[in-house]
Design a protein around this ligand. Structure first.
Ligand code: ADP
Length: 199
């Protein structure tokens, strides 16, 4: 028998009674558990991805920048920066969501990757945190399909091989209700790096 969770005294009769923890119900497999996550690599422009949420490799201001960030802001329209303004920026490794406005995706999850400083400044853990936090935010939104760019591998200089390993390992090991993750490579080499790690 399971151990009692709490004891309470009963004033009127002086009996002590015990509140037992609820008896766990048997769950039918497949009905209540999230479906296993499918992870796939594709090559292209993330702004065209018709998924529930795309992830933006943003900078900590969340007010737009170059690379994929600039492309997402251009495609989403000027409403996106207005939606980002009240978020008050974002710490490296964290993620925050907005609507997708004119994008095919319903939401944009903005995450801030680490700048590569040689690998000794916690970059790997911060990059893993970007993928993990983005999936957590996707779960909060109820998103079932999420597309990621190769966070930090452009202007922020993260080596593509190591970043691809972290991307694949982190999405695979993060418990989530997201059913489809698309790792969107902008170039051929990054797509191959993903495919090797997913094989
Ligand atoms: P960071 O500052 O995090 O390095 P960048 O935008 O400079 O972000 O680059 C991140 C990755 O996104 C790079 O691999 C870059 O090639 C890629 N990228 C740039 N534009 C797009 C796009 N429109 N769709 C998908 N990936 C893109």
């Amino acid at each position: 028998m399971a151990a009692p969770e709490a004891f309470q005294g009963c004033h009127s009769c002086n009996y002590n009674f015990v509140i037992m923890p609820p008896i766990p119900r048997r769950r039918k497999p497949g009905r209540y558990h999230p479906r296993p996550m499918r992870v796939e690599a594709v090559q292209g422009d993330i702004t065209a991805e018709a998924v529930d949420a795309i992830v933006n490799a943003a900078n900590s201001s969340l007010l737009g920048g170059g690379g994929v960030d600039g492309a997402i802001h251009r495609a989403a329209g000027p409403e996106l920066v207005e939606a980002c303004r009240p978020l008050g920026g974002c710490h490296t490794g964290d993620a925050k969501a907005t609507s997708g406005f004119r994008l095919p995706a319903r939401w944009v999850i903005h995450t801030v990757g680490p700048v590569w400083r040689g690998g000794g400044a916690g970059e790997a853990e911060l990059l893993a945190s970007c993928y993990r936090r983005s999936l957590e935010v996707a779960d909060e939104l109820g998103a079932r399909s999420v597309a990621f760019p190769a966070i930090s591998t452009g202007i922020y200089g993260y080596p593509a091989e190591e970043a691809a390993t972290i991307a694949v390992n982190t999405v695979r090991s993060t418990p989530s209700s997201v059913e489809l993750v698309r790792l969107v490579a902008f170039d051929d080499r990054t797509r191959r790096l993903y495919e090797e790690r997913l094989a």
